[in-house]
Design a binder for this molecule. Sequence first.
Ligand SMILES: [Zn+2]
Length: 853
Amino acid sequence: MKDAAPQTIYLKDYSTFGYIVEHVDLTFKLHPTATRVLSKIRFAPNPDATDRRFFLHGEQLKLISAKIDGKAVAPEMVDGGLQADVPDTAFIWEAEVEINPAANTALEGLYMSNGMYCTQCEAEGFRKITFYPDRPDVMAVFDVRVEADANNTPVMLSNGNGVSKGDGFATWSDPWPKPAYLFALVAGNLIAHTDQFTTKSGTAVDLAIWVRPGDEGKCAFGMEALKKSMTWDEEVYGREYDLDEFNIVAVDDFNMGAMENKGLNIFNSSCVLASPETATDGNFERIEAIIAHEYFHNWTGNRITCRDWFQLCLKEGLTVFRDAQFTADMRSEPVKRIDDVIALRARQFPEDQGPLSHAVRPESFQEINNFYTATIYEKGAEVIGMLKTLVGDAAYAKALDLYFERHDGQACTIEDWIKVFEDSTGRDLTQFKLWYSQSGTPEVTVREEYNGETFTLHLSQKSAPTPGQDEKHPQVIPVAVGLLNTDGEEVQPTMALELSKAEQSFSFEGHTTRPIPSVLRGFSAPVILKQDIDNARRAFLLAHDTDPFNRWEAGRDLARDSLLGTILEGAPHNTAYLDGLKALLCDETLDPAYRALMLGQPSQSELAGIIHKMGHIPDPAAIHTASEALRDAKARAFADMLPDLYAKNQVEGPFSPEAGPAGKRSLANAALALVTRLDGGATASQQYAHADNMTLQLAALSALIDAGKGASALQAFYDQWQSDRLVMDKWFSLQVMHAKPEDSATVARTLTQHADFEMKNPNRFRSVMGVLAMNHAGFHHQSGAAYALLADWLIKLDPINPQTTARMCSAFQTWKRYDAHRQSLIKEQLERIATQSNLSRDTSEMVGRILDA
Ligand SMILES: [Zn+2]
């Protein structure tokens, strides 16, 4: 059977499935190349449905036998599944199919990773396991029996609670109705790091993180993160865990970060395994956040799921918002907010301003795998944040209580979600709902007026056309504003203005001296703010703004304008920026992690986007030169204080991944990067020699590569870590990330010839090819070598792993920003990919959308 032919699916065509699934029994007889799956499913006619066609999804399945009510039947095989004539009343469907996990390199359905059986069913992987109505609105209770060779496969896990196990088998029962995308099975030679958690109401839950032998020393941090997440969800959202056990498994070959299968979360090993020697502070923070995210899905995603895949943001936007709240509570709220906005601008803004732009709830798709995007996840989370700002914290909490109460056990829509807020607040949210349907990044322009007493902000909004949406309507935009006096004191604390018209004015009375506004505090909406203010004002806000986000933003705007001046007009760097920054770096009342963020500057890719929006053609080489020159200027301007800053932020004592010491290391390492520009790598060599954790070791190695002295350290690093796959991913990516623009393609090509390069492992593939696309000046080098190299490898990967290939095509999404020469080079590569025979549905859709720009 072949895959279904490419076909566009529309939200407006939704209809209910004709049958209710009352119960599912599955038996797996595991074998690497010939696994048998026996299903016994009780169906009953759905009284709410009009269409009674009995269609079951199924792809890449060998049907051995099928029965209805115990009698053999011969169903009709159709595109993407089968159909059969069935009774008018409840009936039992039975089928036996054979699948080949070892041949499954796409990593969807049941596959093998290093000798271990593993599943990934979201979004539509279950149809590669057995015939089933594989759609999220069909929820059912599952019982599962797993049988395997007890010697090679001693551990067999599935969803829910373990019921029984013995030599060569295990049975599992999940009492909670769930859609098939939450089904999971893992079996192999695994060992567990175990613990226990007692819920608020007194239920003891057995916790386990399952890993391959040898990795058991890297689980302790993940386990702590899990327990913190369970406590936090009880305290903040009143949500308790609902099974007797909770299992996490680390898998090396995984397309995504992690998956929230009911009671059996499956993680990309990079998102759960950590030890101080092998993981950076950034890895620790990410692991904590992803464990929380997947755990929080137990309520926002699993207990309340999505009616159809158009509603993906219902679970993802809300859960990303919840995990961001968690990280802010565990660590630093301003630092988390700044990190998230940096990521939003780096990943979501280019998506929303290019050919792949789509609404937070899209209206159509060909391949749902292509919609696991920054827009659905990160912009989806911003929409929740705006809603909370508009209704207030208390009303948000009340609405969430109602959401859980009203919709537990249901498959829901955005309309259900919005209705909960309308019912609990009495507010009409019709206009707010545009955030779910209108794509693109709105621009908000600010103009100020002052008459000696009244200070007025004139705000206006507009959105550029995006694919399929020429006409835009004004949206409800919460613009958080505070006012300062010239001494830097707050004369108007933060309040949210509601901009809902194309143009609107907001007045503040009783100001006998002209106040200084701080606009879009905390980045209260995912918009581009246009404010015509001078460097002196920005420097004032950098020194005095009482909102930590906007204080950082003032520095970032100064850096941006300084860089744009250099790139577009050859102007020297802005001394107001360097002076203001220097004062902040010395301010020891400020969190080191926050000061480290202050030292950053807009990325080269972000600058290219800004230059394009200004109506110019970005030159990647000029952007690279100016960015490096600004870093050199910082090193020179701060030369007298950098050694002290570096020394003061060394951390004594045993390693802790907590926010405090991690923040000090991030500031010390930011100082090291600048010091290296002055001392040629002397300090970095010392740090490399004495580093006792990965954060320090990797920062020193990066600095040495930048200083042109990385060769021997790279070899030493390889010799030390070659048996650790996750650390080797860092070794690969670092070399591509720090390659000079003219060398990037060659460095990447050489690494693909390395004995440890494995294209079938998504982490390893991304560590070279994904990072090449992120090295802006290298990827866009005028030779076009990097474009061709990436296209070569995407063509090779597509037949093996369409999902990862399609996602990486987005490296080309910004192609229309660049000059005619680069555009023609990229177009040639996109067309080369598009004309491959047997191109996957995933990649074909992505390349088509990008070429349509
Ligand atoms: Zn998620």
